[in-house]
Design a protein around this ligand. Structure first.
Ligand code: XMP
Length: 329
């Protein structure tokens, strides 16, 4: 009979069978539930032969890097190195407006950082590390041949294309959660043996390219990223205040590359417009817009316009998927 405790045992046994007694494994953490649960599970088996990396790509939400690093280190006790790649990433994105171009650039930079981390590891330790799969599940998709412990080829999900992986990226993949459904991954994470915090387990999905697909057009224009971070934080906190977070599949703000005329105090303004989006969904393939009460919309709109000086207009997206996608880019 099926029990999540047995799944944990099986997954651990698989790791023991795949990873030799002197092997080391490196793992990229995205801050999402899958890579966190996978790393926590592998850490139980391998201890300090697991090496995690978390990349701050400059496209994260408000205080995201410090918040997830705090959970990784102080709650989950995972060995994590944070790499701040903000400057290089934003320089690379400067002037890019096309969503696919942006995704490709971000994917390529991510691979650069990860490959450098792996190369340095090999230089420092004299061992070629293995690579933990199920990380960045929507960014890197692997297509493994049957059997375990073999060299795997990689491909990229076309609908979330982030650009090609280098041909010479030769890692052995281990993929502990590959056959599990999202709910099973969550149930695993909740087991006392893994003890992933509930707030982490129930987080809304966040796309690999981060806020770059939520600042429409060139993400480096003005202070769009910072404005978006502030707006998003107020929006999510208000959703929590109203007790709605767990009713919603995903909620976020979008920075629009337009200006609107407004009046703040007795001043005429010509400032930024943000769109709010919230959807319910089962799997992200189709989605309905979330019917907030007017009281919520009123509160969040005034909190945003009062709290973020350069925003003078807030609109709510009432498009389902289809015909819209969940993200705007
Ligand atoms: P769309 O916008 O296609 O989004 O309706 C469906 C789900 O996928 C997420 N998403 C992405 N995730 N890389 C990711 O890792 C991407 O490029 C990407 N684009 C969309 C989106 O947030 C939603 O959960």
């Amino acid at each position: 009979d099926w029990k999540i405790e047995n799944v944990l045992e099986e997954e651990m046994a698989k790791i023991r069978a795949t990873v030799g007694p002197t092997d080391h494994v490196i793992c990229a953490l995205s801050g999402g539930v899958d890579s966190t649960v996978a790393a926590t599970l592998v850490h139980q088996v391998l201890g300090d032969r697991l090496h995690c990396v978390f990349v701050d790509n400059g496209l994260l939400r408000y205080k995201e890097a410090e918040r997830v690093m705090d959970t990784f280190k102080n709650h989950l006790h995972l060995p994590v190195t944070m790499i701040d790649h903000t400057e290089v990433m934003l320089a690379r994105l400067k002037g890019l407006k096309d969503p696919e171009e942006k995704r490709k650039a971000i994917g390529a930079e991510f691979i650069n950082v990860f490959q450098t981390f792996a190369d340095n590891f090999e230089k420092d330790h004299g061992i070629c590390p293995k690579y933990l799969g199920t990380l960045y599940p929507d960014v890197i998709e692997s297509c493994p041949p049957p059997g375990t412990g073999q060299k795997h080829s990689h491909m990229i999900k076309s609908h979330h294309n982030v650009g090609g992986l280098p041909k010479d990226l030769k890692f052995t993949l281990i993929e502990p959660l590959r056959e599990l459904f999202k709910d099973e991954v969550r149930a695993l994470g909740r087991l006392p043996a893994l003890n992933v915090p509930e707030a982490f387990i129930t987080r809304h999905p966040f796309p690999g390219p981060g806020l770059a697909v939520r600042v429409l057009g060139d993400v480096t224009e003005g202070d769009a990223l910072d404005v978006l971070r502030q707006v998003d934080e107020i929006y999510i906190n208000t959703i929590r205040d109203f007790g709605l977070y767990d009713n919603i599949w995903q909620a976020f703000a979008v920075f629009l590359p337009v200006r609107s005329v407004g009046v703040q105090g007795d001043q005429r303004t010509h400032s930024s417009v943000v769109a709010l989006r919230a959807v319910t969904s089962g799997d992200g393939m189709t989605a309905d817009w979330y019917p907030f009460e007017p009281k919520f919309l009123q509160t969040v709109s005034s909190r945003i316009c009062n709290g973020v000086r350069s925003v003078n207009r807030v609109v709510y997206d009432i498009t389902s998927k289809p015909p819209g996608t969940i993200e705007w880019e």
